[in-house]
Design a protein around this ligand. Sequence first.
Ligand code: ATR
Length: 289
Amino acid sequence: MNLEITGKTKLCGVMGDPIEHSISPAMHNAAFRALGLHYAYVPFHVRRGDLPAALQGMRALNIRGLNVTIPHKVAIIPLLDEIDPLARQIGAVNVLLNDSGRLIGYNTDAEGFLHVLVEHGIEPQGKNVVVLGAGGAARAICFALASRGAALTILNRTAAPAQACAEDISKTFSLPMKVLDLNRENLAYALQQASVLVNATSVGMLPAAGASPVDRDLLGTHLTVMDIVYNPHKSKLLREAEKAGATTINGLEMLIWQGALAFEKWTGRQPPLNVMRKAATAALKKYEK
Ligand code: ATR
């Protein structure tokens, strides 16, 4: 069925900066089409300073739902009318629902990440896990890992957001947690003792795909390396981790799961996961040509 835009069409989308490499439009529009829903999904390029105006626009234009991505997931919290309790605990929002002009913020990243752990048979209980980053995605991932009993080491380029992330998570879970600056020496120390490494920074994402947050000689067979980057499909970090004999998992499944859970909130319908997975994979292939 074609995606026909009519007077009944409800609008959803994703806002972030950069946004042009997003595969969420392909994934969600395929899902709307598959279920014959009068919805459409578009990308919105919203820069940091334009966030309050964008939210006013969402209300005024009666946009039904949005995904929120880099760099807005944390900054958006004080600007919303209501925050779901889980998103409040995590301190980050990746899904907005417009309920008759009231903007409600949710977090589906954490649950999406947990689905990926289960799919790959990873049991974080008692394991040392290194997380790179302290933005919105990192907060959701740290929260999910802490909820499964992992001992976390958070490394970030900037100290303050990492401290805030650790403090907020400690309000819900009392687990061992370290915060370090993101540099080679600290990475070498943390990775020696870890069995899982998660890159939750945007380093390595298109259009800057030539970068990796970790020097290749610090990677080894003892690690499972997960990257939230899905575009390119295999980031430099994952390519080098694979060469070093580590198990690797890219960010695509987390993207699909967080999107599926968002779809459910906007439409009230069961998300067609396989349709979404197929569309997301096909959209990625187009970029890689
Ligand atoms: P999101 O909400 O999607 O996680 P974000 O809040 O902008 O996006 O967070 C991006 C993360 O990637 C942050 O941890 C950021 O580090 P800073 O807190 O120091 O800004 C990290 N990041 C982005 N670019 C980076 C780079 N070039 N080197 C290291 N870390 C980087």
